[in-house]
Design a binder for this molecule. Structure first.
Ligand code: HEM
Ligand code: MTE
Length: 467
């Protein structure tokens, strides 16, 4: 009996493609699973997400692997163990303001490390109706604050003559607990398609700057009422401030109209739970705002302060960003004051399977994706074309409940269709329709804007058919 071979993490990492063979680890054991990739019941592309690294973070998402027969399959591929000295954590650089950021899931596709911005890969994005917390997309502008739940206080400024509140987490738990499923989408989702058309300024988001969670918290209208706020005739806005700040002390901030904040039907939450767990640090621990149907930028995380003001938030992100412009506007001519801040988002959809450039089997093809619209408008239909938009078929929508005017969450959809005989390639396209019969524009050109926001043209994927 030979003693097992010992490998370093570095060596394992270098085995992450069919050419170098595909290795993974579980605990301290190393496996060469090259021969198993095509046999994986969950599909080769999902297994490949773990290539060269540990299985634990992925298997934590898919409990189907907690079975002895799965362990037995894996055991057949064991080739050795990890070297014990390879478990030394990397030392922290204390001068780095991001040194205290949380550890993230390895499946996330990172668009920027500092501040941290990342999206789930499309292989996982629509695998679940509810996005698991570890792979929920993350959009941070600043380092993640590390807040103590014991000393945390939310400051709610009262109206003149009213009373200001300083709420602990326990105080927030005393308000009726409200739970809703809400999809969050960044205004920059699908920006990379705009970049392909013409350069824009911004992070290169693919189709994954969108995710869905079940949120729980106090309704903002209940908290505002307790502080003595009422709806008023004159224009007013609820301003939110985060506890994350830049080196000059400027905090992240945003606002929404008071009318939305005070409307119980709009269900604006001060959320302290995400999918039954306390909020993860990246998503605003301990409290964030959730504004159903509204662009992600207004869902302020690490919430520190709420106030009612006659004008919108003076934050950079309310006034100098997250606005839409004509394709004719450039950085020399842009006047940010001339456009309203983005609030409700337009109708959106994208294909998550197959991926652009993939090879599909002849016979039948399965197309999957998501569709969502802002303002609580329900998605009523998704049309899919296999020939670049010449002919269309109607996709099957998931069965999730959609409340009229309160359709806050996306719908997942799929289409199984025969591949037309003799086709060597397919130009797959999707487009959604919401219950106001809003549709997506067919191309990027007429909606291109210098910041690359509101990118919702028909989503197009080009695939080859196996001969
Ligand atoms: C299903 C093995 C890696 C995602 C399964 C099943 C097996 C298996 C045996 C079927 C279980 C059953 O139905 O009883 C493995 C092995 C892996 C691996 C040996 C590593 C070498 C991964 C990774 C992911 C993943 C990295 C995710 C990123 C899935 C999913 C299913 C599945 C989603 C369910 C498919 C379905 O029935 O819908 N895997 N897996 N697997 N696996 Fe894996
Ligand atoms: N809140 C604070 N305090 N700081 C931020 O950087 N980013 C905003 C919003 N709230 C941000 C914030 C933006 S632009 C988006 S799209 C969402 O948070 C992203 O939320 P998520 O990271 O939980 O997906």
């Amino acid at each position: 009996q030979e003693s097992p071979r010992i490998y370093t993490r570095e060596e394992v990492r270098s085995h992450s493609s069919p050419e170098t063979r595909i290795w993974v680890t579980l605990g301290s054991e190393v496996f060469d699973v090259t021969e198993f990739v095509d046999l994986h019941p969950g599909g080769p592309s999902k297994l490949m997400l773990a290539a060269g690294g540990p299985l634990e973070p992925f298997w934590a998402l898919y409990a189907v692997h907690n079975q002895s027969h799965v362990r037995e399959i894996l055991a057949q591929y064991k080739i050795g163990d990890l070297s014990p000295e390879d478990k030394v954590p990397s030392t922290l650089k204390t001068s780095d303001p991001y040194a205290d950021d949380p550890i993230r899931h390895p499946a996330l596709k990172v668009n920027s490390q500092r501040p941290f911005n990342a999206e789930p890969p499309s292989e996982l994005l629509t695998e679940n109706y509810i996005t698991p917390n570890p792979i929920f997309f993350t959009r941070n502008h600043l380092p993640v604050p590390n807040l103590d739940p014991e000393t945390y206080r939310l400051h709610v400024v009262g109206p003149p003559g009213g009373q200001s509140l300083s709420l602990s987490l326990d105080d927030l738990y005393q308000f009726p607990k409200h739970e809703i499923t809400v999809t969050l989408q960044c205004a920059g989702n699908r920006r990379s398609e705009m970049t392909q058309f013409k350069e824009v300024r911004g992070l290169e988001w693919s189709t994954g700057a969108i995710s869905t969670a079940h949120w729980a918290g106090a309704r903002l209208c209940d908290v505002l009422a307790q502080a003595g706020h009422q709806l008023c005739e004159t224009e007013a806005h609820v301003c939110f401030e985060g506890l994350d700040s830049d080196p000059t002390g400027t905090a992240y901030g945003a606002s929404i109209p008071l009318a939305r904040a005070m409307d119980p039907e709009a269900e604006v939450l001060l959320a302290y739970e995400m999918n039954g767990q306390p909020l993860p640090r990246d998503h605003g621990f301990p409290v964030r705002v959730v504004v159903p149907g509204v662009v992600g930028a207004r869902h302020v995380k690490w919430l520190g302060k709420v106030s009612v003001e006659p004008e919108e938030s003076y934050s950079h992100w309310q006034r100098r960003d997250y606005k839409g412009f004509s394709p004719s506007v450039d950085w020399d001519t842009v006047d940010f004051d001339s456009a309203p801040s983005i609030q409700e988002l337009p109708v959106q959809s994208a294909i998550t399977e197959p991926k652009d450039g993939e090879t599909v089997e002849s016979g039948e093809v399965t197309v999957k994706g998501y569709a969502w619209s802002g303002g609580g408008r329900a998605v009523i239909r998704v049309d899919v074309s296999l020939d670049g938009g010449l002919t269309w078929q109607v996709a099957e929508l998931d069965e999730e409940e959609q409340r009229p005017r309160k359709a806050w969450a996306w719908r997942l959809w799929q289409l199984q269709a025969p591949v037309p005989a003799g086709k060597k390639e397919l130009n797959i396209v999707c487009k959604a329709v919401d219950d106001s019969y809003n549709v997506q524009p067919d191309t990027v050109a007429p909606i291109w804007n210098l910041r690359g926001v509101l990118s919702n043209a028909w989503h197009r994927v080009h695939v080859h058919v196996r001969a």
